[in-house]
Design a protein around this ligand. Structure first.
Ligand code: 13P
Length: 277
């Protein structure tokens, strides 16, 4: 039953100087394709879903499927709530058996972010689950509306980690969710400074559109979890489009296999970079 805690995967990644891919999923083909890709590369992954996506992919369907996929996988998999908005949702994820949770209070004032995150840490402890939190503002929209990036301050990061007791910190270094209008100039100097002051793994959101070289630089500076969402959704849509535009009548069984294949290739691509070999 290789459903494992996210902390376990991030600690192993730290020892092996690589990052774990956290792949956002929204339906069965995405879950299935991501797990097959991880198994084919004998590499652990994180399956995650953001609270914002639950209006399209109901939690009551997604959560048991994600947990079951992890339990039946040949590789270790952690199942994570990405960008939780409310504490009840965090509790619901933990009740489903998620091994990791994030409550994103990054838009709130520092002290409020600390207070809410401490509540999550206390709750997650009852379940033996990992906690990720975010400080600074990652641009784009994965939960709380559209935002411009606001860099994480290293002083704040140090205080935040010490006061909350989180397991992993998502940093804002010019990264953003969704498609970048142009290649972002990530603040590797800030990342390096944060990494030198914190002893916990760092998380990079907004992975879609970042180059392999930039990923490697981030990994070298303590990033152990990298989130990929948009590229996964795009890969599924592109695979469906490619199949459907080539036939006069689409066959559902071929279509579902094509979509799974699109995810499989996409996840393999990112794993090969994140493994950093
Ligand atoms: P992308 O959609 O840019 O890949 O970002 C994913 C993410 O950070 C999810 O939290």
């Amino acid at each position: 039953m290789p459903l494992v805690s996210m902390k376990q995967l991030l600690d192993l990644a730290e020892r092996e100087d690589r990052a774990v891919g956290a792949f956002s999923v929204g339906n069965m083909e995405m879950v299935y394709g991501a797990v097959e890709a991880a198994e084919s590369m004998d590499t652990p992954i994180i399956l995650q879903i953001a609270e914002k996506r639950l209006s399209c992919s109901p939690f009551a369907l997604m959560a048991p499927m994600m947990i079951s996929a992890a339990k039946h996988s040949k590789v270790d998999i952690a199942v994570h709530l990405d960008h939780g908005i409310t504490l009840p949702m965090v509790r619901e994820a933990l009740n489903y058996g998620f091994t990791s949770v994030m409550l994103d209070a990054s838009l709130r004032p520092f002290e409020e972010n600390v207070a809410m995150t401490k509540q999550v840490v206390a709750l997650a402890k009852e379940f033996g689950a990992t906690v990720e939190a975010e400080l600074g503002v990652v641009g784009g929209n994965e939960g709380n509306g559209d935002h411009r990036s606001l860099c994480t301050e290293p002083d704040d990061a140090e205080r935040f980690a010490a006061e909350t007791g989180i397991d992993a910190l998502a940093v804002a270094i010019g990264n953003a969710h969704g498609h970048y209008p142009a290649l972002p100039a990530l603040r590797f100097d800030v990342l390096e400074e944060i990494n030198s002051r914190l002893s916990i793994p760092l998380v990079l959101h907004g992975g879609t559109g970042i180059t392999p070289e930039m990923f490697r630089k981030a990994i070298h500076r303590g990033v152990r979890k990298i989130n990929i969402a948009t590229a996964n959704f795009d890969a599924l849509a592109a695979a469906a489009k490619e199949y459907c535009s080539g036939v006069s009548e689409a066959d559902y069984f071929i279509l579902t296999k094509q979509m799974r294949g699109g995810i499989y290739e996409n996840v393999r691509y990112y794993i090969s970079i994140f493994n950093n070999r």
